[in-house]
Design a protein around this ligand. Structure first.
Ligand code: 5GP
Ligand code: MN
Length: 347
């Protein structure tokens, strides 16, 4: 029992509520955050298979498209893209008795899908590991110490007494999500429990080598050329132990940019000796924004930084944000606010 308490933040009352909500067949919609990553898609697909096995009518509605390197996952072809299938998505959300929101904790993270979710009549269940959760769900399973939402979904199945329901497609989706969100099991949130969960997923059919290859070894020549441009553009601010990269729309266009191509680029800054804060600024002319990714090592909280200055958030060591200004103005603002953190960054 003690072991059980170490990782759960889901209380018995919530477990009973969920069991009762799922005790008869329901219409269920599962929603990841906008620009879903491996953890968001993996957790949604694992839950989808689980709910379908249990006799529910379940569908995933994603706010927008997601990268090709995740499109091999079992069930991914059935994910509805709200941007492309608005009517169908809206009907499903309107008729849903239950809506699971996975890997985010504020409805604004779903972009234009937010309004539709605000009008939904069904009960919300949130499963998420980001900081500062909003209070919109009937059941909130939030644990910021968790490596990934996928690890939490694994726990969720265990809380329901349904670990034996983890089939190969579920194990595969959960493994892919944990692997991507932990940087292949190396980030600070990777615990011994994470490894035990992953070991069990392998026992339940996840082919670890195959999953790794399908996610990481699918580079295109244009993506590697774009990485070359990004690395050339890297600026190092030694006095702030910071490295940042910019990619403007022309550079993306010249290298045949596709969704997901810049995934992981920001991490290169942190591979430099002495660098503790890495940032990438990526122009999105269509949306009129600069999308930012922040990464850190150690105690510098990029979640706080992104929240305070760039309308974003996330985790202590990985967060995102955005700016409606030009690339030049955004970088200028970034450098100017960085001055406030000189002491923190030089510790
Ligand atoms: P990424 O830089 O890979 O887009 O995101 C890093 C982490 O921060 C992810 O866990 C992601 O969900 C979260 N994140 C990214 N953008 C935002 C944002 O605009 N707001 C909040 N609250 N979290 C974000
Ligand atoms: Mn995640």
């Amino acid at each position: 029992m003690l072991y059980y308490c170490i990782f759960t933040r889901m209380n018995l009352e919530d477990i009973t509520t969920v069991k009762s909500l799922l005790s008869s067949p329901q219409n269920i919609v599962i929603v990841p955050h906008k620009n879903p990553d491996g953890d968001a898609i993996g957790s949604c697909l694992a839950l989808l298979h689980f709910l379908q096995q249990k006799g529910h009518f379940a569908t995933i509605v994603s706010p927008n498209d997601y990268p090709k390197f995740l499109k091999w996952m079992p069930g991914s072809k059935d994910i509805l893209n709200y941007e492309k299938e608005k009517n169908n998505s809206q009907t499903l959300i309107r008729e849903a008795s239950l809506i699971f929101t996975l890997d985010f904790n504020d409805l604004s993270r779903t972009g234009t899908l937010e309004n539709c979710l605000l009008e939904a009549k069904g009960d919300f269940i949130m499963i998420d590991h980001h900081q500062q959760p909003s209070d919109y769900a009937k059941v909130t399973y939030s644990d910021v110490s968790m490596s990934s939402t996928c690890e939490m979904v694994y726990n969720f199945f265990e809380f329901l007494g349904d670990s034996e329901e983890i089939t190969k497609p579920i194990a595969t989706a959960l493994y892919a999500g944990i692997m991507t969100d932990t940087g292949s099991f190396k980030y600070r949130s990777t615990s011994s429990r994470t490894h035990r969960v992953v070991a069990d997923l392998i026992d339940k059919g996840a082919d670890n080598m195959e999953i790794h290859r399908k996610v990481f070894d699918t580079n295109s020549p244009s993506r590697l050329h774009l990485l070359g441009v990004a690395l050339k553009n890297m600026v190092i601010l030694e006095e702030f132990k910071t490295a940042y990269i910019t990619l403007n729309q022309n550079e993306l266009d010249d290298n045949d940019f596709k969704k997901g191509d810049t995934e992981g680029f920001v991490n290169y800054g942190l591979t430099l000796e002495g660098i503790v804060f890495a940032v990438i600024f990526i122009e999105n002319r269509e949306e009129g924004i600069i999308k930012m990714s922040f990464r850190s090592v150690g105690d510098f909280s990029v979640n706080e930084f992104a929240r305070a200055h760039f309308k974003g958030g996330g985790h202590t060591n990985a967060a995102g944000g955005r700016s409606e200004q030009s690339m030049e103005a955004t970088v200028k603002k970034f450098k100017s606010v960085l001055n406030q953190y000189k002491t923190q960054l030089s510790l």
